[in-house]
Design a protein around this ligand. Structure first.
Ligand code: UGA
Length: 435
């Protein structure tokens, strides 16, 4: 199939590349000429395992092209995906201006001679956005143009995006147009995944409902973790025990500092806003959010309780990314934690396997902070070690070295990466979540 993707962010670039990988002819459009030049040179502007090799291979095979021209994209692609950002607004609602702009641009490039086109929304959008896209394209396209509109939400996770795209749990395709659905089914034919066909509103809603449910699992286990702490139970065992029930499942029951990233915080807010605007307030999700944000303060209080004051304290901070296997620091709980500790006068020596440069560029960390690529170096003379991101490498650390290098061997593990028994054996004072 001939596919065009408009927007080469996380979702656009990885899905475009994976569509090319399974044999489709893909044109990726981005309005940022520097980004397009970087991609044409075979470089990928984000850290995502396996992506750069796939981009190079598919560009070399002639299946993947990059351009700044929407006109070229609309000409090349019989199916045109919109994968532009849908950022949050201060009131929690979603800013759909990029979607609206792209819909207009596509409309203005359509001609009756091009033939039928399918316009697919892949960005995370509120329910009923498809209707708006359809109206906008209809209004701005020349008379006689034929097109269908589809919602095809993306469920990839950063850090394992390529694998998620090539081997999805499911593909959701929503449209009220049978012709458009047939095109979409052909696109997904090479993927071994169940395809769920729905109307357009249901497809849009599935994305927000899925992300909110996953966030709910995280807040649920964090609330349970707090009860474990108060009662002397172990949240890891509780998560294991409830997760063995197939109806519940063990995944997304890792207690810790809560969820961050560019999706969950924004999407949960958006779903709360959408439900309110539809006259169906979703109080449960408000509680999910509250538990999530309280989790950081609780953890900070645990550190404060031990250190008493942050001023003149050296803190080794492990983790800057919002989760493992990514260099993304957007809405990272680690960054928020660091901001609070710096604000109270601590000096921080931070490390992260991939996110040091993005954290520096992000520019949100001001104060006495230095960055180190060597984990052990951060520990020299430190008053406390704070683990804030669940990188597997942190769990493999030599605990005796921690004890040797720190001024006071106080370890705050915000992601339950270490084994409390091992920490005790290494004579560390170890504080984690719900254990
Ligand atoms: C999430 C969803 O998992 C994807 O399915 C979805 O496509 C994506 O949002 C999106 O909407 O684009 P992502 O934000 O990349 O993916 O990362 P997750 O792996 O879901 O982790 C989100 C946050 O939850 C991280 O901060 C992570 O540390 C936290 N988390 C995750 C926990 O605290 N506990 C867990 O058990 C799992």
């Amino acid at each position: 199939m001939k596919i065009t993707i408009i927007g080469t962010g996380y979702v656009g670039l990885t899905s475009g590349t994976c569509f090319a990988e399974v044999g489709h002819e893909v044109t990726c459009v981005d309005n940022n000429p520097e980004k397009v030049a970087t991609l044409l040179a075979g470089q990928v502007p984000i850290y995502e395992p396996g992506l750069e090799e796939l981009v190079k291979q598919n560009v070399a095979a002639g299946r993947l092209k990059f351009t700044t021209s929407t006109e070229e994209g609309v000409k090349n692609g019989e199916v045109i995906f919109i994968a532009v950002p849908t950022p949050p607004q201060p009131d929690g609602s979603v800013d759909l201006s990029f979607i609206e702009k792209v819909a207009r641009e596509i409309a203005q490039c359509l001609t009756p001679e091009l033939g039928y086109r399918v316009i697919v929304d892949k960005s995370t959008v509120p329910v009923k956005t498809g209707d708006k896209v359809e109206q906008t394209v209809r209004r701005y396209a020349p008379a006689g143009v034929e097109f269908g509109v589809v919602s095809n939400p993306e469920f990839l996770r950063e850090g394992c995006a390529v694998d998620d795209l090539l081997h999805p749990d499911r593909v959701v395709i929503g449209s009220n147009d049978d012709r458009a659905l047939a095109f979409m089914q052909k696109i997904y034919e090479p993927f071994v995944a169940p395809v769920l066909v729905t109307d357009i509103n249901s497809a849009e809603l599935i994305k927000h409902a899925a992300n909110s449910f996953l966030a709910l699992k995280i807040s649920y286990i964090n609330a349970v973790a707090n009860i474990c702490e108060a009662s002397g139970a172990d949240v890891e065992k509780v998560a294991e025990g409830i997760g063995m029930d197939k109806r519940i499942g063990r995944s997304f029951l890792n207690a810790g500092l809560g969820y961050g990233g560019s999706c969950f915080p924004k999407d949960i807010k958006a779903f709360i806003h959408i439900s309110e605007s539809l006259g169906q307030p979703f109080g449960l999700l408000k509680e999910v959010e509250k538990i999530n944000y309280d989790q950081l303060d609780r953890f900070l209080n645990k550190i404060r309780e031990k250190l008493w004051v942050f001023r003149e304290k050296k803190i080794a901070l492990w983790g800057l990314a919002f989760k493992q296997n990514t260099d993304d620091v957007r809405e990272s709980v680690a960054i928020k934690l660091a901001q609070k500790m710096l604000g109270e006068g601590a000096s921080i020596r931070a490390t992260d396997p991939e996110a040091i440069e993005t954290a520096k560029k992000f520019g949100e960390l001001k104060g006495d902070i230095t960055y180190h690529t060597d984990l052990y170096e951060t520990l020299d003379g430190a008053d406390a070690l704070v683990i804030a991101t669940e990188w597997p490498a942190f769990a493999k650390i030599d605990l005796t070295e921690i004890k040797k290098r720190m001024r006071t061997p106080l370890v705050f593990d915000g992601r339950n990466l270490l084994d409390p028994k091992d920490a005790k054996a290494a004579e560390l004072e170890y504080i984690s979540i719900g254990r």
